[in-house]
Design a protein. Structure first.
Length: 447
């Protein structure tokens, strides 16, 4: 019988196409201590599909060299937290559990999440089992430190418990990277054609993947084990984390707003248009990359343009715009501040900020409306609609929201004036013309 040693929270497409495959490799080599007990936070659909299929599902991997389908067996058990939170508590307290990993998205880092984790850790502490490596794998700056701080706050009334957590468990920071669009009916259909099974839990991804993990593991021997499957276990994740959050996620959010406003459905379709891909390249080269400490960032940025061009992924720009208000602080704040502190104006990012403000009006340049899935969508939409056509008021309200841009930028008059200028130009001349007047780029990533 399989007794999972990894408890994972967040059963979304990303986990199924990334870490579950790493754990599958480890399981084949080292046994069921690397099998995953995966918890969906709320949605029962995927968990039900997996349970009906012996936890197996299909992964389509495609890039320039072709497409292949693979059956993943990395997940050994599933449950839904909203239906049975006690199962999560019991799994965390189980003697066989050695790791917890999380992909619960940016908005998932709440006191509710921390309370659940702390409840499980409390039961574990009482049972006198060893501590756990608790690895946050979401696109958040210093994700492990952030989760640790949330758990500390959740155990504020239980100092003895926190002493045990702090001394027995670790919260390594990490960076995970693989493009995994949400599963669509078209993918399920393609799966049926290729494999004979209409697998609702199927996922589609690229061949590229990276997982860089801070070497702060409860069992130090796990570092070599993870490395054997291709995970990079390093002393300092920060250079990788910032490069990924700024270059990949930062340009993703910018090109997603651009696509949404121009009625372009997918990332590859944006990149297929030369003026738009030239802008994405300029954005990376001029504003998102400079100041990063990942040594090979220009090569990483160049590979991103190829990855974004992958047509099989058909990655919806509206999916990337989801939770935009939670993503901007993680993706754009640091590169804007790096430039401003070096007395430079990041014009490409100022254009991206104008696009985001325009995006919240809820309709493309041709007037097509779209749905904005974001917990702040209502407020942002209300402000953007109210001041539509008035760039000064739009930037005075939306551009000064400190929870989005940080307090330093919310008071940076030169920055705000640049964003306002772009929004005014978008209003008066349209996006494409504004784009064509942006300073031409001398260098390209290939030069
Ligand atoms: C994307 C990410 O949806 C989004 O916001 O930017 O999911 C992105 O595809 C991954 O982080 C790639 O590793």
């Amino acid at each position: 019988m399989t007794v999972p040693g990894v408890v994972h929270l967040g059963l979304g497409a990303f986990h199924r196409a990334h870490q579950a495959l790493v754990f599958e490799t480890l399981q084949e080599r080292y046994g069921s201590q690397w099998s995953v007990y995966a918890f969906s936070m709320r949605n029962p659909a995927v968990a039900e599909q997996l349970a009906a299929n012996h936890h197996r599902y299909h992964v389509r991997v495609s890039d320039g060299s072709g497409t292949r389908w693979k059956l993943c067996t990395g997940i050994g058990q599933v449950a839904v937290v909203a239906q049975a939170p006690q199962k999560l508590v019991a799994a965390i307290a189980d003697a066989h559990t050695r790791w917890i990993t999380l992909t619960v998205t940016e908005k998932g880092y709440t006191s509710d999440l921390a309370n659940l984790l702390v409840q499980g850790l409390h039961a574990r502490c009482k049972a006198r089992h060893a501590g756990l490596t608790i690895a946050s794998c979401d696109n958040l700056h210093k994700n492990g430190d952030h989760l640790r701080a949330l758990c500390q706050a959740a155990s504020v009334d239980q100092p003895a418990l926190w002493d045990w957590i702090a001394s027995s468990c670790t919260f390594p920071n990490s960076m995970v990277d693989r493009i995994v669009p949400a599963t669509t009916p078209a993918l399920v259909q393609a799966c049926e054609q290729a494999t004979g099974l209409a697998d609702l839990a199927a996922v589609s991804t690229e061949s590229f993947w990276e997982w860089v993990l801070e070497d702060r593991l409860v069992n130090p021997d796990d570092a070599a084990v993870l490395r054997s499957a291709g995970v990079q276990v390093v002393a300092d994740v920060l250079p990788y984390e910032l490069a990924k959050l700024n270059l990949l996620n930062g340009s993703h959010s910018a090109l997603a707003c651009l696509g949404a406003l121009l009625d372009i459905e997918t990332v590859d379709q944006v990149i297929a248009q030369p003026d738009l891909s030239a802008w994405v390249e300029a954005l990376m080269l001029e504003d998102l990359g400079p100041g990063l400490t990942r040594q090979d960032w220009p090569a990483y940025a160049q590979s991103l343009l190829r990855r974004f061009a992958n047509p099989t992924l058909s990655h919806s720009v509206h999916q990337i715009c989801k939770d935009l208000s939670q993503k901007i602080p993680q993706r754009w704040q640091a590169p804007i501040l790096r430039a401003r502190r070096a007395a430079r104006m990041p014009v490409q990012l100022a254009f991206a900020a104008a696009l985001a403000i325009r995006y919240w009006q809820g309709a493309s340049e041709s007037g097509q409306t779209y749905t904005m899935e974001d917990m702040q969508a209502h407020d942002m939409h209300w402000l953007a609609k109210r001041h539509a056509g008035n760039a000064t008021e739009s930037v005075r309200t939306l551009g000064r929201l400190a929870n989005l841009w940080g307090s330093e930028l919310a008071q940076d008059e030169q920055w705000l004036e640049t964003v306002r200028g772009f929004l005014q130009s978008i209003q008066d001349h349209g996006i494409r013309q504004t784009l064509s007047q942006l300073k031409p780029v001398g260098k390209t990533l290939a030069s």
